[in-house]
Design a protein around this ligand. Structure first.
Ligand SMILES: [Zn+2]
Length: 250
């Protein structure tokens, strides 16, 4: 059995952003997981999809940079596809740019559009789900996601940022306690919590445990790449995460 992974070579585009959020992030993951993945090509989302979560001003400001705009729409579109697959089985979106720091009318932290919020709002808008749980395990607070989903009673947003490591895992366990009550679970999967990355918190084995916890709590789960900047081990950590998900499904 392989895990569906939404991906595109367009994510190797060297669009204008900070040095650490670079195409090597995608290649380092792709080559580590390709043998266990059923690769599905990402597609651009539509302007209407962007409008589910963002102001016209913000959309227009990103659209001024053609290359960035194209890849950012493809990244959001990749999240949408992963979320639709998750109605049947767990999936992963190997996408960039990341999205969780993009709010209704602001962006930042290497994010342009909020891939997670767009995917969830689209499923809700299409009537495919009525409720969603978003779990953000990135090192950084998903301020953009919070900004967009706050006040929407159909969506619960849980940001996991407890410290040290034991508390992080406990906080995640708590966040997933009633995950089976939701129609879908979306995980903003950042790997910058890794012990050798900025967060200096979690091991490769922890990512396996986290993947397993997610898919055990609700098989209708999709995860999308957010942060993760320690390139030498990034692919290994994502692989470990995906193995944890698959172990829960077997
Ligand atoms: Zn981060």
């Amino acid at each position: 059995m392989k895990i569906p992974v939404v991906y595109s070579e367009d994510f190797y585009t060297d669009y204008d952003t900070v040095d650490c959020e670079n195409p090597d992030r995608i290649s380092s993951i792709y080559f580590k997981i390709v043998d266990m993945a059923e690769i599905i090509e990402a597609r651009e989302c539509t302007i209407d999809d962007l409008k589910l979560c963002h102001s016209n001003d913000l959309i227009e400001s990103v659209a001024r940079k053609k290359e960035t705009f194209y890849v950012a729409k493809k990244s959001a579109g990749g999240a949408i596809i992963a979320s639709e697959i998750a109605l049947e089985r767990p999936s992963f979106a190997l996408i960039r740019p990341p999205g969780h720091h993009a709010g209704y009318n602001f962006n930042g932290g290497f994010c342009f559009f909020n891939n997670m919020a767009i995917a969830i709002k689209r499923l809700l808008g299409d009537g495919k789900i009525n409720t969603a749980l978003i779990v953000d395990i990135d090192l950084h607070y998903g301020n953009g996601t919070y900004d967009i989903v706050k006040g929407d009673e159909r969506i619960r947003f849980r940001n996991i940022d407890a410290y040290p490591r034991g508390n992080f895992m406990k906080d995640l366990e708590d966040a997933l306690r009633d995950a089976d009550q939701f129609d879908i679970v979306g995980c903003s999967a950042g790997f910058d919590t890794y012990i050798k990355d900025w967060g200096a918190l979690l091991t490769t084995e922890d990512f396996r445990t986290i993947g397993n916890m997610l898919a055990s709590s609700n098989p209708n789960v999709f995860s999308i790449l957010e942060g993760g900047y320690y390139i030498p081990d990034l692919g290994m950590n994502v692989r470990s995460f995906l193995e944890g998900i698959m172990a829960a499904c077997s």
